[in-house]
Design a protein around this ligand. Structure first.
Ligand code: 28G
Length: 645
């Protein structure tokens, strides 16, 4: 079917339908790619890369090359079979033209080959084409290079041969320029692409992905992601700043009921679980049947093992799933033909065959692994038994605090200076480092709407403490009661007593560390507060400049020198560098940091698409090794987004 590309196609009714299809995409881009913000802009790349990854999953391609060009157009090259150039029988045009101009191509004009890697909406190349100023595709096949160009989805000329290539070479090259009349943002973020492409490479072992950025003037950036171990290396990567409990990363793979299952896991000495699940390379933050199957297999297999080896006595209760998963880092990745996503955000896998498939692959292979590796098996069981005891102690402590609050009717912490307005929408709470700064803040605040909770010293690092200690920690208890939402399973955001939770710490390294401990606590115990944008960082100034009875505040070195440029550098300048909030009096604190009319707040956000990265950000900071901690300070910027209030 290697058909004459020189032969011109008949453009009839079909072609009109095609144009209507792509016009619909341009009219309602959000319906196809989620949004026209920066996120949508990046999705265009994933859609094209997904097609190349599918070719890799089929075993036809081992390298994908992604380039951000100087003009923010994107080039993707794969060394797969090349999109077919022959005439598609039903459509009467070359298959490649079908792929780029017909919405949902593959399904309608399909036949064979299902798409497994799937972008957010799995709508593919034609959507990218519709939303691009221009797009060019080149295909190498049988010694020839074929090319076609489109502008805003419209064909510029019939597919043509533009040159020769080596006879053995095959592959596809796509270059597109996102339409600046559709996207609010047209500048690509290297970091964002890097995160997703790295994840893709982890999830597809032996696939090499090269990411290049040609925009920097001096020298282009080039990064290569290539993991022979696939998700096994993903787990090592996630655990790199932690201390693994044993050397192996356990790895299970198999296929059942047409579901391809891959699982990698390793415990570390922390107390939190980090499990991530993927379906067809798409993250499922809310889990679903595949994750349920994994958890079930883990719980059952470890209890069976612990009983049969007498590590767990007949008189003792079963280990719970949480006990066994304490400190576990795991990746569950499945490939399934027709994924059904459920739940409010459509991020939870519903296919029931996935549960059974993961359960049976993991049960069988984990049982075998434990028999073969009794030392590792014993280490995990012993850690789980300790977790079980701590959990029991924590439950008692929690019951106690629950009963207390029920009796006393929400006893608010003694150190809290609450606000008088009872409508949470108007209210904010400042979590302030140190009693002295807390005192100034109490004086400075606007009593009606601003509450102050001073915390003494560093708060407990929840990455390094078991639940029983966390629940009995005074600072943490004070925050939990002040916020009003409860935590974990009891969490209820409708009970939140303040619209803004503002962390106010010194603008130095210690302050940053305290802020991070706070964020870690919130992320682990009340992640919804962050996801829904209730958490902020106050920005106290670094400098005060006085001159001729006037005062300026500078929040960075650059800002100070800008002000000095304006007022002139001479002896009349009185510059003070604030070392801490405590050095400001109440009025200064109000003016610079608390007054809603003048202050700048940073809203803490998380990119839900890359939750594994955020997790890394936190754990890196919290780890005991020195080197990763420095890395965090650079990564932290990603976690925090600028927002002027
Ligand atoms: C570089 C950027 C993105 C791709 C292929 C290869 C084939 C293909 C792609 O076929 C059309 C419709 C249903 C079969 C398949 C080549 C079979 C034989 C392909 C890509 C054909 C899709 N030979 N490589 N699509 N199907 N790379 N890279 O898009 O009937 S897309």
């Amino acid at each position: 079917m290697q058909m004459g590309v020189e032969m011109s196609a008949e453009y009839g009714a079909d072609q009109i339908q095609i144009l209507e299809g792509l016009e619909a995409v341009r009219k309602r881009p959000g319906m196809y790619i989620g949004s026209t913000s920066s996120r949508g802009l990046h999705h265009l790349v994933y859609e094209i890369v997904d097609n190349a990854v599918d070719e890799a999953l089929g075993g036809y391609c081992d390298t994908i090359d992604v380039t951000i060009n100087k003009d923010n157009s994107i080039t993707v090259i794969d060394n797969g079979r090349g999109i077919p150039v022959g005439i598609n029988q039903k459509a009467g045009i070359p298959a490649v033209e079908v792929v780029f101009t017909i919405l949902h191509a593959g399904g309608k004009f399909g036949g064979g080959g299902y798409k497994v890697s799937g972008g957010l909406h799995g709508v593919g190349a034609s959507v990218v084409n519709a939303l691009s100023n221009w797009l060019e595709v080149e295909i190498c096949n049988e010694g020839k290079i074929y090319k076609q160009r489109y502008e805003r989805g419209h064909v510029c000329y019939p597919l043509k041969v533009v040159g020769d290539c080596e006879p053995e070479k095959t592959g596809t090259k796509v270059t597109f320029k996102p339409d600046d009349t559709i996207f609010e943002e047209t500048v690509y973020d290297f970091e964002v692409l890097q995160q997703r492409l790295r994840e893709m490479a982890f999830l597809t072992k032996n696939l090499k992905i090269v990411l290049r950025d040609l925009r920097p003037e001096e020298k282009p950036i080039e990064k290569t992601y290539h993991y022979e171990g696939g998700i096994k290396e993903f787990v090592s990567y996630l655990n790199k700043s932690k201390t693994p409990l044993y050397d192996d990363v356990l790895y299970f793979e198999g296929r059942k009921d047409n579901v391809i299952v891959e699982v990698a896991m390793q415990h570390n000495d922390s107390y939190t679980e980090s499990s991530y699940s993927f379906v067809n390379n798409i993250n499922t933050p809310e889990g679903g049947t595949h994750l349920a199957g994994f958890k079930n297999a883990l719980t059952k297999t470890f209890n069976d093992y612990a009983r049969s080896t007498k590590l767990l006595k007949d008189s003792e209760a079963n280990l719970s799933g949480d006990d066994i998963r304490e400190g576990l880092t795991a990746i569950v990745s499945i490939k399934i033909e027709d994924p059904q996503f459920e739940g409010q955000t459509k991020q939870k896998l519903g296919n029931s065959e996935a549960r059974g498939a993961v359960d049976s692959v993991v049960s069988e292979q984990l049982t075998y692994y434990l028999e073969q590796n009794p030392t590792v098996a014993k280490q995990i069981c012993e850690k789980s038994i300790l977790a079980q005891r701590a959990r029991e102690a924590a439950r008692k402590a929690r019951d106690l605090t629950r009963r207390k609050t029920a009796l006393e009717g929400m006893a608010l912490p003694g150190k809290l200076a609450d606000c008088s307005d009872k409508d949470p929408k108007n209210c904010e709470i400042f979590i302030v480092e140190g009693d002295s700064a807390g005192g100034s803040a109490k004086t400075a605040r606007s009593r009606a709407t601003q509450a102050i909770l001073p915390l003494r010293g560093k708060i407990l690092n929840v990455e390094k403490a078991r639940l029983d200690r966390i629940y009995s920690n005074a600072e943490i208890k004070a925050m939990i009661t002040a916020f009003g939402t409860g935590i974990h399973d009891d969490f209820d955001i409708s009970k939140l007593r303040y619209d803004k939770i503002i962390i106010m710490t010194d603008a130095d390294v210690d302050g940053a560390h305290i802020a991070t401990l706070m964020l870690t606590f919130l992320y682990r115990f009340m992640p919804e507060l962050i996801k829904q944008g209730h958490v902020y960082l106050a920005q106290p100034p670094l400098y005060k400049l006085e001159k001729n009875k006037k005062t300026w505040y500078a929040y960075s070195d650059e800002e100070l020198s800008k002000i000095l440029d304006e007022v002139g550098r001479d002896q009349n300048n009185k510059i003070q560098r604030y070392k801490g909030l405590g050095e400001m009096d109440a009025e200064q604190l109000w003016d610079t940091t608390m007054d809603p009319e003048k202050r700048v707040l940073l809203r803490v956000s998380m990119n839900e698409e890359a939750e594994s990265e955020i997790d890394l950000t936190f754990t890196t900071l919290m780890g005991d090794k020195v080197e990763p901690r420095r890395e965090f300070i650079e990564a932290n910027a990603k976690f925090v987004q600028n927002l002027d209030i």
